[in-house]
Design a protein around this ligand. Sequence first.
Ligand code: NDP
Length: 313
Amino acid sequence: MSDSSTKCLIIGSGPAGYTAAIYASRANLYPILVEGMQPGGQLTTTTEVENFPGYPEGVTGPLLMEDLRKQAQRFGTDLRQGMVTSVDFSKRPFKVTVDDGSTITAETVIISTGASAKYLGLPDEEKYAGMGVSACATCDGFFYRKRTVAVVGGGDTACEEALYLSGLAKKVYLIVRKDYLRASKVMQQRVLKKENITVLFNCNTLGLFGDEVVEGAKIIENKGTDKEQIFDIAIDGFFLAIGHKPNTDIFVGQIDLDETGYIVTDGKSTATNVPGVFAAGDVADPVYRQAVSAAGMGCRAALDAERFIMEQS
Ligand code: NDP
């Protein structure tokens, strides 16, 4: 347990955090970056990233994040493992407490804590947590080789997870609540072409069942219409891919958040309503949510922090 201070503290280690760290280090802000529970963020649980510029053949999420981390380290970022448990933005320098009990005081803070997977809110998701329920196909897909699984959601994440699982599992159901997939055209085509993926449109999950582990899901189709029907599917794994919630719980009451919990920035820059606190990446971006846009925002946040410090001196 030790206390330290920095010109720039970065909270979170996704593409936004590491990019901010690269820029802040090169600007001699000697940043400290607290990496959080999942160093590398959401991309460490994804498979192939095909849309990050500079990788014509694609790159795996974990490798991309490892490269970004190494690049931040190369320029001297002080990378620290741990979770920030509380922040005090009421006066400068800001004070942040880490879960090992240490405190960090900082002239500027860049928040890049990202977002986490959402769940449907069914009691069965908790009941079968780790026993067939997962929000990460790349983490847990291996356990379902030659088995049958379901993925919930109709966006790019759901399609990506379904495709990944289709390479391991015998059969994949994709449970989509509307009558169309929201995912990009290319992902839709890949999913619809895949022989072992069955898309269940207009379907919602009522619950899961099984003795100790998941053995099936109860599905309702065309809910509230005269075509409504309830049926069971036999599955061994149930994967959630229905979007994300920004990781902002520790900032409630400290900075302005919108009604869904995203950090509000001033639009022209990454500034929050607290001078000296900046936000970058998914935690402040409910619209684009891409690795490259998060990285771009991380760069802007570091430049904003540098400018802020210059203006104060
Ligand atoms: P999205 O918000 O795009 O999609 C969420 C999906 O889950 C939607 O189909 C939504 O249904 C469904 N959903 C939400 N809540 C529920 C619920 N309670 N019950 C059932 N279904 C529900 O999230 P994603 O995580 O898929 O994507 C986020 C962003 O990241 C997007 O911009 C996406 O393009 C991008 N992305 C890009 C990738 C890539 O390019 N390789 C990979 C993954 C993500 P409905 O349509 O009815 O709202």
